[in-house]
Design a protein around this ligand. Sequence first.
Ligand SMILES: *Cc1c(COP(=O)(O)O)cnc(C)c1O
Length: 336
Amino acid sequence: MNLARFPRRRYTAGPTPLEPLPHLTRHLGGRVELWIKRDDLLGLAGGGNKTRKLEFLVADALAKGADTLVTVGAPQSNHCRLTLAAAVREGLKCRLILEERVPGSYRADASGNNLLFDLMGVETVTVVAGGSDLNAAMAGALADLVAAGRLGYAIPGGGSNPRGALGYVACAEELLAQSFEQGVAFDHVVVASGSAGTHAGLVVGLEAANADLPVTGINVRRPRPEQEGNVHALAQATAMFAGVPEIDRAAVTCLDRWVGPGYSLPTPEMVAAVRLLAATEGVLLDPVYTGKAMAGLLDLVREGHFKAGSRIVFVHTGGSPALFAYRPILAGPLAG
Ligand SMILES: *Cc1c(COP(=O)(O)O)cnc(C)c1O
């Protein structure tokens, strides 16, 4: 594989840190060793996993002469925030379509990412009901632009198509290079699994490198069979796009025990995980993705799921700006 063949913009200067989590490891009894890949420190405004996907997607938009990025996400979408930030960086406009997955959850004056849409000068925000035909909404937005003599570039939800997933193929290569440099071999990768591009890209990158490093995805929305099907389908398409061999279905594992009542809806385990990482390691997770993914990792460690002595790396995919929209749910007894 040769990722240099794909057009790419750079939004982060160098690799993200790969760090041990000594306090958390001790807190959990020291049976396994926990590490973190700090993709919450990627570039753009409050970077996270979407930054890596956008490096490839926005390069394609520029190559095609687009003047506007159009994308879709939830009302507190990190993907929408980062797409907008990339547009600002590139001198492009940005139009957002927000899917109200939890009825009544959109408030124009909400904090967190919603505030940032406004600060960075989004051109339009269109709110559609959960379950709407998002492809039709995006096609409508592109047609509006054409009618105005402009050219839009549609980025799918979460930036999860084969081109976007290349960002996480690149991350897998980066992780393996750091692992070698730092002299630490990992036995397992754990990551949040949502629109699937992150999980699929990691699997493709690790499989193509023959790394013998299994990835466990922790679902944030869908039941296990559906999510495993989505991740595998996207991994296959990404492998074909990148020109590497097919991906075995057995390389895809998605656990769905930590979704709770639904996408973006809080669980006590998520709150405990967010508070624990902040208090033990000074690492900020988020309520929608990494809080639930870490809740899964913590339970798996406590249940003895991993062999004693295993070294596990959690890919922190970002999202902390959304914390500020969840204050009443996350704040402790002293918060007043
Ligand atoms: C989008 C997102 C994810 C999920 O990544 P996918 O590629 O959509 O599966 C995880 N964490 C954060 C913070 C996100 O914004």
